[in-house]
Design a binder for this molecule. Structure first.
Ligand code: GLU
Length: 286
């Protein structure tokens, strides 16, 4: 009797441990029958395969940053896990591909990724070649300078100043079009702009406030955010143009996650460590 009891207790604690380690900090994975999705849909194919390839950023703290174990972490990464989970795909069956600002549309068009979650602003120009689910967050363009720089506090202070941003990004395009007195330098990624800022080869870095907030949080002694946000950047999930079923599925999943707490948990575990909890945005079912 006693032996039986001990065995049972040991078994029970193993089960508890297993439950904790498998599900504690990953979004829920649904038990999905691939046949429940429309035949030949992207959802049916992905659920049948049990794996998915997602494009995200690898160098942006809070949203998409490659961790020492090789997997990225951040709010974008958690959003991708929520979508995958709704297809019955667990986080360890996601293949993460680094997408930089300039190659997101190409990677989607060429099928190198199933979707992109990468601080990716929804806009009409991009909608000519890809579709978007979302938005799942609304950011805004801002500026970052060295901590001891008090001259720059908004885009109107950029005249004659060198400002670093990234090829193929909306902040770079905005500076080029609307602040022509600024001298724009574009590189591949935002981290590429950090050393030039440190070395005073550029005076400011510009992109979305939340990306810059991640760099400031990592180096508070070096950098500061300069002024308020001066654009609206609604973040969407980029997918193949014309795949309306998949877009509707992504939008339905996002809305569900707004209501059942998964979106809020994703925020609190990542960007919410530094930034206040926003209200979930209204999904744009264009
Ligand atoms: N949200 C902007 C964009 O999609 C800037 C951030 C980025 O480059 O990823 O262009």
């Amino acid at each position: 009797m006693r032996i039986k009891h001990t065995i049972f207790a040991a078994l029970a604690s193993t089960l508890v441990l297993a439950a904790c380690s498998s599900g504690s900090d990953e979004p829920a994975v649904s038990d999905v029958d691939p046949g429940s999705f429309p035949a030949n849909s992207t959802m049916a194919r992905l659920a049948e395969d049990g794996k998915i390839t997602v494009g995200t950023k690898f160098d942006q703290p809070l949203f998409g940053l490659k961790a020492p174990n090789g997997d990225p972490e951040g709010f974008d990464v958690e959003i991708a896990k929520i979508i995958a989970g709704e297809l019955g795909i667990s986080a360890d069956n996601i293949t993460w591909v680094q997408t930089v600002s300039a190659n997101r549309e190409t990677f989607i068009e060429q099928g190198q990724v199933d979707f992109v979650v990468a601080t990716y602003t929804i806009n009409d120009k991009r909608k000519e070649v890809v579709d978007f689910g979302g938005p799942y967050y609304i950011a805004g363009q801002s500026l970052m300078v060295l901590k001891d720089n008090s001259d720059i506090n908004g885009p109107e202070d950029l005249d004659g100043k060198k400002v670093c941003s990234v090829d193929g990004s909306t902040p770079a395009q905005n500076i080029a079009e609307n602040y022509p007195q600024a001298e724009l330098v574009t590189l591949d990624t935002y981290t590429d702009c950090l050393d030039p800022l440190r070395n005073k080869q550029v005076d400011a870095v510009t992109t979305d406030n939340v990306i810059l907030a991640g760099y400031v949080a990592e180096s508070e002694d070096e950098f500061r955010l300069a002024g308020e946000q001066f654009t609206e950047e609604p973040y969407g999930i980029g997918l193949k143009k014309g795949d309306t079923d998949f877009r509707n599925f992504i939008n339905d999943t996002l809305e569900k996650s707004f209501d059942d707490g998964r979106w809020e948990t994703a925020w609190q575990d990542t960007a919410g460590q530094v930034l206040p909890l926003p209200d979930p945005p209204v999904i744009d079912r264009y």
